[in-house]
Write a protein that binds this ligand. Sequence first.
Ligand code: URA
Length: 242
Amino acid sequence: MERLDKILANSGYGSRKEVKALVKAGNVTIDGVKVKDSGIQIDPEKSEILINDEKVLFRNFIYLIMNKPAGVVSATFDNYDKTVVDLLQPEHERFKPFPIGRLDKDTVGLLLLTNDGDLNHKLISPKYHVNKVYYAEIDKEVNEEDVKAFENGIILDDEYKCMPASLKILKVDKDGSRVEVTIQEGKFHQVKRMFLSRGKSVVYLRRIRFGPINIDESLKEGEYRELSEKEFKALTYSEYEE
Ligand code: URA
């Protein structure tokens, strides 16, 4: 048994103060009966709680997939720029999700957000080899030597030696190249710096896969949704190699 206000606040329906006001205003029913006292004790497993006729879902965690647009930063707060969290609706924002790993301000594509710290830790730790796949456009011709250098581990400008990465050449012409890059780490500006070490620049970068999750092409840039049950299971139950 738990207090009604605690149950509602923990499930993401607002702060304790906010849910108290919600109950007091007569918006909440328990097993069909309107309640006004948010301090009553309830067993959430046994009672049906409705807020404005909608069933309350009990959960503490949220998992979102976003198609990140350019121009917003992958953070929960920024003094100057709009953040990915600013793009969320209040019903999702109230769970206080944060991005799993970062994409640069100008990078677009697949970004996961959650408030599940344990899962976040597992997914961003280089100890677990979670593949991140990027589609990139490069200003120059990418060749087989670049592919080999990526395989062998690129050395970045700060002497850091990257883990082996795979580079797939999709198209090359005189204006530049289109490639797909798979990395397992997430160092600052990693893909851009890997190409810079080869004397080439990334002019467009889009993440298309994160572990078992593919970008959802039906989401426009700036849109997001909750992960499906299938995606959630794939993400949380995958055996990431240690
Ligand atoms: N590598 C980069 O350089 N930038 C990103 O946003 C992601 C990977």
